[in-house]
Design a protein around this ligand. Structure first.
Ligand code: SF4
Length: 379
């Protein structure tokens, strides 16, 4: 792709059904962090080459099964996630984008590279390596001791300096709360460092999910603190765990929360196209042998779609547009939902055609979903 990458994406409007996000799962890590739930394996020699051969075959295989999707949709976001996509040399990922560009209609896509600070420092040396327009740095914390508790090393600060030197103007930083040994002072230090960099346009704050986390009270304290701190620094909380400067909300992740179409490639990756949800098998060896089994292949009913739309949409601070629900779904389903939520006015509110969670509702979101839709599995 020879076109110069723009960090500032033009606004454009397309029908929600005609835009498509592409996710590429790179299932390799240098070592495993002790809390991680994502599918990845320790990288072995020759894996990368074999993996990318298989990945291209998977794309071609899918193209044959749904040519229509390739022709009729516009790709406006591509996300390299993992695993550790920054372990792959930039030219390999650049080639893959060219291949995707030859098969799909690109519409000025947001291209995100998820990066581990260490491999980002190792593999990205030059401005010509920057083939993406959004960098998501998994920094986690800037405190050595906290990182050691998670089997991670401390490369966050030099990675931010490198991103600045390379002219990357849209950086998102991931931090964790609830790490053993973490306190308000150490967390504030992480936020202070991030906010020194004017190219950090987004911050994600995730509660650590493991059996060795700090207490719920500590997690809630840090969650509240991050909202207060980041609000003062001009970051908008647009999703439960995500903050960004105006104009820098992650276009790809919004597709999950707004329940739009996304097509994913790579082992263990999930896709949703209309009412079809499918998940590629997590068996890496089969994948490398170009056997593309599905682990899940479901046609969602209208009730399934409605529940998932509610579950994902309530993660957004603005909530869900009621009139949109009414045009997309059976009237009875929407009415039933609106009646049920009346009992939970401390947790959920309706204002100006939007239904959204209150502060308390954010904390008790899962319990609330189970209460209103007891037969469903909350993801
Ligand atoms: S580097 Fe990321 S994907 Fe790999 S084990 Fe650690 S948290 Fe999981």
């Amino acid at each position: 792709m020879n076109k110069k990458i723009s960090f500032f994406l033009d606004d454009f409007e397309l029908g929600k059904d005609s835009v498509l996000g592409i996710y590429i799962h790179i299932p390799f890590c240098e070592k495993r962090c002790n809390y991680c739930h994502f599918f990845s394996r320790i990288l072995k020699p020759n894996h990368i080459e074999k993996f990318f051969e298989a990945l291209v075959s998977e794309i071609e295989y899918y193209e044959k099964t749904d040519r229509n999707l390739f022709e009729k949709s516009f790709v406006d976001s591509i996300y390299f996630g993992g695993g550790t996509p920054s372990m792959v040399k930039p030219f390999v990922l650049k080639n893959l984008i060219e291949i995707l560009g030859s098969k799909f209609n690109f519409k000025n896509p947001e291209i995100t590279l998820e990066a581990h600070p260490k491999s980002f420092l190792e593999n990205y040396k030059d401005k010509n390596d920057v083939f993406f327009n959004r960098l998501s740095l998994g920094i986690v914390s800037f405190e050595e001791k906290e990182l050691l508790n998670l089997n991670r090393e401390n490369f966050g600060y030099p990675a931010l300096i490198l991103a600045k030197e390379l002219g990357i103007e849209n950086v998102n930083v991931d931090l964790l709360i609830g790490i053993p040994g973490q306190n308000l002072a150490s967390f504030k230090k992480s936020l202070d460092i991030i906010c020194q960099f004017d190219n950090v346009r987004g911050v994600s704050i995730y509660p650590l999910e493991a059996d060795f986390v700090e207490s719920d009270e500590k997690v809630l304290e840090l969650m509240d603190y991050s909202e207060e701190y980041l609000d003062k620094m001009g970051y908008i909380r647009y999703e439960i765990a995500n903050y960004a400067k105006d104009g820098f909300f992650c276009r790809h992740n919004l597709k999950y929360w707004e329940y739009m179409n996304f097509l994913s490639f790579g082992p263990s990756s999930s896709s949703k196209i209309g009412n079809h949800r499918f998940k590629r098998s997590s068996n890496l060896n089969s994948y490398l042998e170009k056997k593309f089994f599905l682990e899940e292949d479901i046609r969602l009913s209208e009730e399934d779609l409605f529940f998932e739309k509610i579950m994902m949409g309530l993660r957004l601070m603005k909530g869900i547009k009621i009139s949109e629900l009414e045009t997309q779904f059976d009237k009875g389903l929407v009415e039933d939902f609106l009646i049920k939520i009346k009992k939970f006015e401390e947790l959920v509110k309706i204002e100006n055609d939007m239904v959204f969670l209150t502060k308390k509702g954010i904390i008790f979101m899962n319990d609330f979903l189970v209460e209103i839709m007891p037969d469903r599995k909350v993801l």
